[in-house]
Every structure is written in structure tokens, then in C-alpha cells.
Design a protein around this ligand. Sequence first.
Ligand SMILES: *[C@@H]1O[C@H](CO)[C@@H](O)[C@H](O)[C@H]1NC(C)=O
Ligand SMILES: *[C@@H]1O[C@H](CO)[C@@H](O)[C@H](O)[C@H]1NC(C)=O
Ligand SMILES: *[C@@H]1O[C@H](CO)[C@@H](O)[C@H](O)[C@H]1NC(C)=O
Ligand SMILES: *[C@@H]1O[C@H](CO)[C@@H](O)[C@H](O)[C@H]1NC(C)=O
Ligand SMILES: *[C@@H]1O[C@H](CO)[C@@H](O)[C@H](O)[C@H]1NC(C)=O
Ligand SMILES: *[C@@H]1O[C@H](CO)[C@@H](O)[C@H](O)[C@H]1NC(C)=O
Length: 315
Amino acid sequence: MKIHPILFLCFLSALMDPNGSITIHRKKEGTNFKIQWQIKSSESWKFLCRNDCKDGVILINTTENRAENGSYSIEYTTRSSPGGVLQVNIKNLTKSDSGRYRCGVGNSPRDFEVKVIDAQGKEINIHIGDEGGTASVACYFPSDKSTKFFCQGECKGGKILINTTKNETRSDRYSITYAEESVRKRFLLRAIITQLNMSDSGRYTCGLGESLDEASIQEFDICVTDNPSKPGCTLQSDPSTSTSTTHALFLTLVICLPVAVVLVTVVLLSLQRLRETKASRRNKDVTLLAVTYENEIFQHSHSDGQSIDEEAATV
Ligand SMILES: *[C@@H]1O[C@H](CO)[C@@H](O)[C@H](O)[C@H]1NC(C)=O
Ligand SMILES: *[C@@H]1O[C@H](CO)[C@@H](O)[C@H](O)[C@H]1NC(C)=O
Ligand SMILES: *[C@@H]1O[C@H](CO)[C@@H](O)[C@H](O)[C@H]1NC(C)=O
Ligand SMILES: *[C@@H]1O[C@H](CO)[C@@H](O)[C@H](O)[C@H]1NC(C)=O
Ligand SMILES: *[C@@H]1O[C@H](CO)[C@@H](O)[C@H](O)[C@H]1NC(C)=O
Ligand SMILES: *[C@@H]1O[C@H](CO)[C@@H](O)[C@H](O)[C@H]1NC(C)=O
């Protein structure tokens, strides 16, 4: 039974960051930061930690639907059952609030990073991706327009990757999907780049509108890392970004790979033994264990599918 917590952690960390991606939210000093996640869980403990909850500081851990500790607060609103929306607030940001956070309900953790910038800076988020992986960035707009675009750099003078009136388009490694989110009455333009390579790092623009002058636009940065064992991500405008991301990924690989090998071996052995001596009680236990893991994997991948669209849901 010792194997259980490690295994659980491995699958969580693997599923939590599809493609190893995390978003760093650049926010101005003195402003309030809010982020919300849709979480499918019927568990009662809600938490917010600095870094991960083990090595970091537990800021809030509560069974209440609202809790506050200094400038930090969380609010949980139940929607569909089981599950709800977890909102995290950090009031009056100071430079010392910069860093990695983990929040969640029960065993469904979500990670995010905040980088507090000077008041004259630009609040542009950074999306970290792995070389060879995929970056999928959600741009939200308040109103519907038929023309959607996606550019590298600024659209004026930059490179127009996509300019379309369709709701789904692909061009080489670049694609967009567009849809209305009926519950929140907002429009989601998702910009996707596959097979990331180092030269993809930099500024991008997504937008809606027929002419550039009247379009609503959003800018974001993509930062591609090439080596999980070394702190990567060299974005010219901001060289000191995420080191923890790559480190976590490295740990996942180092710890989870052997565990996965052990699990597969255990399952194969147990199946073989089950065939040989069906009556043995011991073997029954081993098989049951494997089935439990499968259920957990399914539940977590399922709940994560719900949250992917929430990654950029700062309000
Ligand atoms: C509130 O946050 C501080 C760190 O800022 C932490 O040391 C303390 O334990 C927290 N208080 C509670 C009640 O969780
Ligand atoms: C919150 O407290 C509960 C009960 O003590 C504990 O089981 C859980 O692990 C704690 N959560 C975190 C994130 O520390
Ligand atoms: C925000 O924090 C700054 C520095 O810590 C402080 O001087 C200021 O009074 C705070 N503002 C509010 C509205 O709490
Ligand atoms: C594209 O999406 C918008 C917003 O959901 C919708 O109003 C429109 O009908 C869609 N167009 C097509 C061709 O599906
Ligand atoms: C990275 O992608 C760019 C843009 O598609 C391409 O021009 C370049 O050759 C690629 N570099 C590598 C090393 O694959
Ligand atoms: C997209 O194409 C239309 C029509 O060709 C053009 O008017 C518009 O400026 C283009 N948008 C961008 C962002 O280049």
C-alpha cells in the first residue's frame, strides 16, 4: 500500500500540466489579482499554498466556502454537483507576492504563478511550453466579431499567422478555435501552436475585428524550454522567469517513470498469477489495487478536461 501516495502524485502532476505548461501572470504592483478554476470534486477541504503545499507555506486550508488570511482569500461557489468554481484573490499585490502558488479542492490541485511588475509595466501573461509540445492559449473577449486573427509579435509590422472568418482554422503548426461561452457570455478565441521549437518564444497577439484599428486585441508571451533538467525559458524581456516549472517536470520524470514501470510490472505479474492460481486471495488484492488506480486516473483526467479552458480565466 506504500506505493499509493507516490503513484497518485505522479498521475496528478502529469495530468495537471498538459504539455508541462503553466501560466505566469504578470500583474502590476498595488492591483488585485483574481483567478478562478472550475473543479470537479466533492471533497470539503479547500486550500491555497505558496509553492507546493509540502515545501511551501499553507496560506489557507479550510472547509468553509470563504476564507481569508491577510491579503489572500479564497471563495468556493458550488455549481453543478459534484464541483464548483474556486476563486483565489490576492489583494494589493507587492513584489514579495511574486512566485508559484497551488490551490485546490481535496486532491485536485491547480498551479499558477504571479509575477508582480512595476506600475508602468504591461500585464502580459507568459505561457511556458516544452520544446516539441503544444501551446494552447485562451483569449477571452466580451463581444462577438466575425474576423479572428492570430499574429506573431504585433499584427502591424509583425507576422500574421491566421486571419479568418471561420470558427476553426489551421495553417501549418498554427490553429485557432472560436466559440461562445454561453454561461459567462464571453467569447473564447483559442490560439494553438504545435511542435514548439525554441524560436517560437516571444510575443503574440490574438484579436477580433474586421479592421486592426477597431479590433479588440490581447497580447501574450510564449516561452519554450528545451531541457527539463535546467532552468530554461529565456524571454528577452524577462530573463528571470520560471525555474520551478522545469524542476517539477524533471521530478515528474525521475520519480514517475520508475513508478510506472513498477506498476506495469505489478499488474502484469498479478494478471499472470491470477491465471495460474485463481483461488489465491493475495492475487485478488493486487488486481483490485490496479483497478482502483485506473478509476482515479479516469476521474482526474476527466476533471482536468473541465479546467483547461479556465487556465487564463483571470477576472
Ligand atoms: C496565514 O499566512 C501566513 C503566511 O503569510 C502563515 O504563516 C499562517 O500560517 C497563515 N495562517 C493561517 C491561519 O493559516
Ligand atoms: C488541510 O487540512 C486537512 C485536515 O487537517 C488535511 O488532511 C489536508 O492535508 C490539509 N491540506 C493541505 C493542503 O495542507
Ligand atoms: C497596499 O500596500 C502598500 C505597500 O504595502 C501600502 O502602502 C498601501 O497602503 C496598501 N493599500 C491598500 C489599499 O491597502
Ligand atoms: C461561430 O461562432 C459564433 C460564436 O459562437 C457563432 O455565433 C457563429 O454562428 C459561428 N459560426 C459558424 C459558421 O459556425
Ligand atoms: C522552428 O519553427 C520555425 C517556424 O515554423 C521554423 O522556421 C524553424 O525552422 C523551426 N526550427 C527548428 C529547429 O525546427
Ligand atoms: C485580415 O484580412 C482582412 C481582409 O483581407 C483585412 O482587412 C484585415 O486587415 C486583416 N487583418 C489582419 C489582422 O491582418
